[in-house]
Design a protein around this ligand. Sequence first.
Ligand code: NAD
Ligand code: UDX
Length: 364
Amino acid sequence: MSLRRFLIYTYIYIDIKSPETEVEIAEMATEESNGGKNISSKPPPEPSPLRRAKFFKANMRILVTGGAGFIGSHLVDKLMENEENMVIVADNYFTGSKDNLRQWFDHPRFELIRHDITKPLLVEVDKIYHLACPASPIFYKYNAVKTIKTNVIGTLNMLGLAKRVGARILLTSTSEVYGDPLVHPQTEDYWGNVNPIGVRSCYDEGKRVAETLMFDYHRQHGIEIRIARIFNTYGPRMNIDDGRVVSNFLAQAIRDEPLTVQLPGTQTRSFCYVADMVDGLIRLMEGDNTGEFTMLELAETVKEMINPAIEIIKVENTPDDPRQRKPDITKAKELLGWEPRIKLHDGIPLMEEDFRKRIGILRK
Ligand SMILES: NC(=O)c1ccc[n+]([C@@H]2O[C@H](COP(=O)([O-])OP(=O)(O)OC[C@H]3O[C@@H](n4cnc5c(N)ncnc54)[C@H](O)[C@@H]3O)[C@@H](O)[C@H]2O)c1
Ligand SMILES: O=c1ccn([C@@H]2O[C@H](COP(=O)(O)OP(=O)(O)O[C@H]3OC[C@@H](O)[C@H](O)[C@H]3O)[C@@H](O)[C@H]2O)c(=O)[nH]1
């Protein structure tokens, strides 16, 4: 068996300099066997002997934790397009919903399990997309201890599963591992600037430990791992009252409410449309546009595109809010051939259509 291994971790996001500027770029870092300092000398665990049998033919069995959530459900849709795939979703519905998966309920290649990943899960799978974790700050802060348990115990459980069945595992980590970054734009090599005792730490530090566990399982047990550090992703199916900035601004604009720009309003984010994100995750799992906006600019864009009559107001912010964030996606582009394709101006109308349908307010 080849000792050659790949470790790939990536940031995926959309980078847009201004509403007019086209953006793109995807980044990732790959380290290959032998010379790479993080590379395990252990072979990965063997999958089931049945799958090695001469005439055995089966679908690829894929577990998606958090598959009832925003990104997870779009990922499931994409995975289900491939008739070779059998998809199992495990979700506790904390921030996700069965509605997001309704179209697959009776499909023979689909299974949905109500399961909390802080408890062990026994399934036989070949690949694990590990997404389960509340992503919106208001939800991950709501029960901070549970968020840490989900990231730490949950990831341990999924790594234990990967080890037992010999599955490759992909973790959706976050740009929040950089905290309030002192390096700009952020490359995979940057170690971050995280407050370990702040109100966001349950998520930031939770994801950092989850990344550590991924690498330790790789080094110690030879598990094949992938880590995607996702930046701010938006699109249809976000919870309407999710609390994140794009969904807030859209829902407010549709409801004729003022857009709540949290102070100072000059903090920046880079937004990635969900279809680009899913494409990047699958490429990362399978493979051996981004732009930077201030929140005021985003509010002005939403106002202009959706409801020019509304007001933009400035409101108090929460502690430890990062001041600027933009990924350097060179490596994802070079190594995965991935780059975001959907510009914010094209993604917002797609999301608006979904939000209007769910809120029940048609365009005037
Ligand atoms: N959306 C983004 O901009 C973004 C950015 C960075 C990272 N991420 C990461 O991507 C993943 C998905 O994010 P999302 O935006 O789809 O969020 P989401 O909240 O819509 O989805 C998370 C899903 O995980 C489920 N879940 C939470 N805790 C669980 C537990 N203990 N057991 C089982 N299921 C559980 C929720 O019910 C939900 O269905 C998360 O890991 C998040 O940290 C997202
Ligand atoms: O109504 C709002 C909501 C948010 N904001 C601002 O918009 C910016 C983005 O806030 P969001 O809540 O959407 O998300 P954040 O960028 O803080 O964190 C996100 O980033 C990475 C992911 O892991 C997570 O999905 C999420 O934590 C912040 O500066 C916030 O202060 C507003 O100005 N108004």
